[in-house]
Design a protein around this ligand. Structure first.
Ligand code: TYM
Length: 336
């Protein structure tokens, strides 16, 4: 990373590399990751260790991690500007997570909505990792002294916990950690499922409920055509009473760079068919170049692994500084 980059405030964010990322991940997170690349020193991470809280098929996890890495590049993230890496390649994440787990209360972790939701969904495997997941997330962020964390709305609670743990630690040992702020987009922070617009778009739900970044145009048109709306017939933004229409309007607005009002105006007097068509075209226009890039990048696995390795080396250097500071503060004896 060049010297100018090193003076900038740090950004960290992550995504689980299971399955193909979806339109919610793109709009809620990745799009903004890209926008921040020039003004901050960015670290973007495929958090494979986090994915292990749910049983993964090993071959599939390897494949989807490689795919997600190619997609990071395909959406335009630039490895000469940002550190793009895989969490398990930097052991300091797991090391700091252990330390922080000794500064996090069971009560705090029990209140986490994601823990409650995931343990309800996977009641046959409520493992300790699922419970301590937010501690590893706090370690991801604090390890790099990140000032800002761009995420979708669903990560707000984990970010608040991260701040609480960091503040608690700093209170005892002095200013060890930067206290991070979250950055949640104004529009598109919570893209909803196409078949149930009252719940968020999620790749653990059936395929027709989300648009994967690798869905081809015919699939995108079909899925959006079938998206649940309402029987009123009027195009207007009203999250509470018209969640399906509002979701499509948010997608359309973000991807065309217009305001929601401008989108509503442009569709005045037309029906939901027109809204769906416009939305599908905006999604296709956004994803087609990404897919073309991806198709080329995924051919060259060696290059992907090399970039991954360079990203991990850069991240590991930064992480080592914080970890050494933490070890010293808490009284661990340094190695000779
Ligand atoms: P994950 O992998 O579920 O999602 C990655 C990012 O995508 C956002 N997102 C959405 N945004 C809008 N609408 C949706 N339907 C939607 N679904 C997901 C998420 O908010 C997130 O920004 N715990 C995190 C990963 C993580 C992390 C971190 C994030 C681990 N360590 C440190 C930030 C900083 C997660 O499971 O995200």
């Amino acid at each position: 990373m060049q010297e100018a980059q090193q003076q900038k405030p740090v950004i960290f964010s992550g995504i689980q590399p299971t399955g193909v990322p979806h339109l919610g991940n793109y709009i809620g997170a990745w799009r903004n990751w890209k926008l921040l690349e020039d003004d901050y020193r960015c670290l973007y991470c495929l958090v494979d260790l986090h994915s292990l809280t749910i049983r993964q098929d090993p071959a599939e996890l390897r494949r989807s991690t490689m795919q997600a890495y190619a997609l990071l590049l395909a959406v335009g993230l630039d490895p000469t500007k940002s550190l793009l890496f895989v969490q398990s390649h930097v052991p300091a994440h797991a090391e700091l997570a252990w330390i922080l787990s000794c500064y996090t209360y069971m009560g705090e972790l029990s209140r986490m909505v994601q823990f409650k939701e995931k343990s309800a969904k996977h009641d046959e495997n409520i493992n300790a990792g699922l419970f301590t997941y937010p501690v590893l997330q706090a370690a991801d962020i604090l390890l790099y002294q990140a000032a800002l964390v761009p995420v979708g709305a669903d990560q707000k609670q984990h970010l608040e916990l991260t701040r609480d743990v960091a503040e608690r630690f700093n209170k005892v040992y002095g200013d060890v950690f930067v206290i991070p702020e979250h950055r949640i987009p104004k529009v598109g922070a919570r893209i909803m499922s196409l078949s149930d617009p009252t719940s968020k778009m999620s790749k653990s739900d059936p395929e027709e409920t989300y648009i994967s970044l690798l869905d081809r145009p015919d699939v995108i048109r079909r899925k959006i055509k079938r998206a649940v709306t309402d029987s009123e017939g009027e195009i207007r933004y009203d999250e509470e009473n018209k969640p399906g229409v509002s979701n499509l309007l948010s997608i359309l607005a973000v991807l065309t760079g217009r305001s929601i009002e401008a989108c509503v105006d442009s569709l005045a007097g037309q029906g939901y068919g027109a809204l769906k068509e416009a939305t599908a075209e905006a999604v296709i226009t956004t994803l087609s170049p990404v897919q073309a890039q991806f198709d080329a990048l995924i051919q060259d696995k060696e290059r992907l692994m090399q970039l991954m390795d360079e990203g991990a080396q850069g991240a590991a250097r930064l992480a080592a500084r914080t970890l050494a500071k933490v070890y010293k503060k808490i009284g661990l004896l340094p190695r000779g």
